[in-house]
Design a protein around this ligand. Structure first.
Ligand code: UT7
Length: 320
């Protein structure tokens, strides 16, 4: 037994923010953003939070799967921008969609969160502990962004993507996860730190900090490595893979990964131009687009791969 993806869904907020819009608030240009990242515009949540976006994507995934929320055994929500410290976002989604028979909890692995959620539920499904699962990658980084910092505020967008899995004979073939906590400071966002009644300080909120070049170097090395690992350990030839569904952080990273894997760029779909980097949501949003465009057929093999804060990375080989 393994977990097979039987439905996908996604949601992005309505509000479009273009590069020109950002050029009015920080010292940047459309030309810089497009040539360095591939991003033309992003969606920003105005009236909704992380859990609401997640619930909208979840409902669409359940509808695509033809499944009722009450049939779900487990909900894993991957985010690094939850609405609350607690209750967790997965429980809020559980309540919103009426998944009364599921256990629900969050996973925090930044932009690798969806791959971590997939690997985790796959273990439960493979072990026979649960039969059905909903996994969600969602982030609302606009609320953690310093809108005066041009080096980060042009990169991110808000959104959610979800997948429903069921225990079946085929599906997730193999997955790998990794982390290196010693490199944590290169991509971080502290939250509510430093205050309590003894030191008399109020907790302070932090903003996203990123050493872009360090993260870039890490990504172009680690992503091909973990993809090769997942293929090698499953005895799969790279040419059997139809698509590499990669975390959308920068089109230049996707290009570099394709080059290092010696794979044509048309096997690396991208939508970063429309949504920017939605963190844990990029892979499931892209997966949902491919699914809804009819580009995935039963038996196709795809690789999903993410990397991000932690530092963390993960890849999964899936038979559709
Ligand atoms: O999902 C989480 C993982 N995150 C990532 O994967 C991001 C990985 N990193 C990147 O994608 C790239 O490093 C960035 C897109 C963030 C930056 O691109 P870069 O080619 O590494 O640029 P840089 O940081 O070396 O900056 C080059 C120049 C600098 O000016 P000087 O020092 O050369 O005068 C920056 O100050 O560009 C400047 N700059 C900007 N200029 C206009 C930085 N941000 C901007 C901006 N507009 N928004």
């Amino acid at each position: 037994m393994t977990g097979r993806i039987i439905g996908t869904g996604s949601y992005v907020p309505e509000q479009v923010v273009t590069n020109e819009d950002l050029a009015k608030i920080v010292d940047t240009t459309d030309e810089w953003i497009v040539t360095r990242t591939g991003i033309h515009e992003r969606r920003i949540a105005v009236h909704e939070g992380t859990s609401e976006m997640a619930a909208k994507a979840a409902r669409r995934a359940l509808e695509d799967a033809g499944m009722e929320a009450g049939e779900l055994d487990i909900i894993l929500l991957a985010t690094s921008s939850p609405d609350n410290c607690f209750p967790n976002g997965a429980c809020e989604v559980q309540a919103a969609i009426g998944a009364k028979n599921a256990v629900a909890f969050d996973i925090s692995a930044a932009c690798s969160g969806f791959e971590f959620a997939l690997s985790t539920v796959q273990a439960f499904l493979q072990a026979g502990i649960y039969k059905t699962a909903l996994i969600i990658g969602v982030d609302c980084l606009s609320k953690l962004t310093d809108w005066n910092d041009r080096s980060t505020c042009v990169l991110f967008g808000d959104g959610a993507g979800a997948a429903v899995l069921r225990a079946e004979e085929t599906g997730v073939i193999h997955s790998v996860m990794g982390s290196d906590g010693t490199k944590g400071p290169v991509l971080s966002c502290s939250a509510r730190t430093g205050g309590n009644f003894l030191n008399g300080k109020r907790p302070e909120l932090g903003f996203i900090y990123m050493d872009g070049q360090e993260v870039f170097k890490f990504a172009v090395k680690k992503v091909p490595e973990c993809i090769q690992q997942v293929l090698k350990e499953s005895g799969t030839d790279i040419d059997e893979v139809k698509y590499f569904v990669l975390h959308q952080a920068n089109y230049r990273i996707c290009e570099s990964v394709a080059k290092r894997l010696k794979q044509p760029l048309d096997k690396v779909p991208m939508n970063i131009g429309s949504y920017g980097n939605t963190s844990g949501a990029t892979v499931p949003i892209l997966l949902d687009e491919l699914n809804r465009q009819g580009k995935l057929e039963r038996g196709d093999k795809i690789v999903m791969a993410g990397f991000g804060g932690g530092l963390t990375w993960g890849a999964a080989l899936v038979e559709w």
